[in-house]
Design a protein around this ligand. Structure first.
Ligand code: FE
Length: 352
């Protein structure tokens, strides 16, 4: 009897001991992985599709996404001012030129993610893994279907010839999309040729640069000029607009991918990086991995008409209807590095 009681006591002690061990294990787990339940996203993108994706991420992971929305320059300035106290975990912006700028300002950090490394092609990410492309956009020539035949078009360089006198519509050179296009022309043709290209395009403009890419397409359809230089997804947005005038503008133009016989059509990206002082770094990486997952990339392609960077993702029917094209595979970091030169040459060429 005494023996049995002793046995029971020993068993009970072992049981309690085990339980304690388990609970301390769990507690130390929490401390060592420093798990947090939120991620702070500074983003320049302002599309409803993005918000839907953020909500999806929250549901999948239980990590709350706090969004700060502003222009890229404002966000970078905010991060600079906040310094090491910055709550920013992720910076999302459009255009490689801006991502290079963020890296140069020391606002981002290198991260090591097997998923990001494997999925994103090397020309679409920073060599130190400080930023990564999320989507691609092509800068194409939109032409008036009723006046221009695609056979008349060929390259960006050809836009500098006399045949396009008073026919070209394009936005201001202050815009980063044009600066990156110019940076790619500098990379390919050299500074001298790039400058004279810009001068001649200015001569060929149908009007002084004004408005955004969508306005250029509307002006082509209204007959102010015959061709416009625009990003592809704006055409998708016009075609799917609620405004009948915009749909008409989208339907009135054809899409031409320049430079198919040589380096390929200029593409740019929307991309993201993990902030230098990210308080929730692990969540930031999870968040970026989610954004390049097949399911998220499908949304970018079907709802926002951007080209996915994940080859597994399906392209939308609309993007498919525009056809496959050869992309200019210039290292996107070079677009950032050539940005200052591009701005200067535009200025000298009188491109407002
Ligand atoms: Fe845009």
């Amino acid at each position: 009897m005494k023996h049995n009681i002793l046995k029971l006591l020993v068993l009970a002690l072992i049981f309690v001991g085990c339980k304690n061990e388990k609970s301390t294990e769990a507690a130390s787990d929490e401390v060592s992985t420093n798990e947090t339940t939120e991620v702070n996203v500074y983003t320049h993108r302002h599309y409803p599709a993005d918000q839907d994706l953020f909500t999806q991420f929250e549901k999948q992971t239980g990590i709350k996404v706090n969004v700060v929305n502003a222009s890229a320059d404002e966000l970078m300035q905010k991060m600079t001012q906040e310094g090491a106290q910055s709550p920013a975990d992720v910076l999302i912006t459009v255009d490689a030129g801006r991502l290079v700028r963020a890296k140069d300002k020391g606002l981002l950090q290198s991260i090591d993610s097997k998923i990001l490394n494997e999925i994103i092609p090397s020309n679409l990410k920073d060599k130190d893994n400080q930023w990564f492309a999320l989507t691609k956009r092509a800068r194409v020539i939109a032409y008036a279907k009723d006046r221009i035949k695609p056979e008349q078009l060929s390259t960006y360089e050809d836009l500098a010839t006399d045949k396009w006198k008073n026919k070209i519509l394009v936005r201001s050179s202050q815009n980063i999309y044009n600066q990156s296009l110019m940076a790619s022309i500098i990379a390919n043709d050299g500074e001298g040729k790039a400058k004279s290209w810009a001068e001649r395009v200015v001569d060929n403009m149908a009007r002084e640069p004004k408005g955004n890419d969508r306005d250029q397409i509307k002006a082509v359809v209204a007959g102010e000029g015959d061709i416009a230089i625009v990003n592809t997804y704006y055409i998708g947005k016009l075609l799917n607009s609620k405004n009948p005038e915009e749909i008409k503008a989208g339907e009135g133009i054809g899409i031409f991918f320049p430079n198919q016989e040589n380096r390929g059509t200029h593409i740019n990206i929307s991309g993201a990086g993990v902030a230098k002082y990210a308080p929730n770094k692990a969540n930031a990486i999870k968040f970026l991995e989610f954004l390049i997952s097949k399911e998220a990339q499908d949304v970018f392609a079907t709802v926002n008409y951007e080209y996915p960077v994940n080859p597994e993702a399906k392209t939308s029917e609309l993007l498919k209807s525009w056809g496959d094209f050869k992309e200019d595979n210039v290292d996107l970091s070079l677009l950032g590095e050539n940005n200052k030169k591009a701005v200067l040459l535009f200025d000298e060429a009188g491109w407002k």
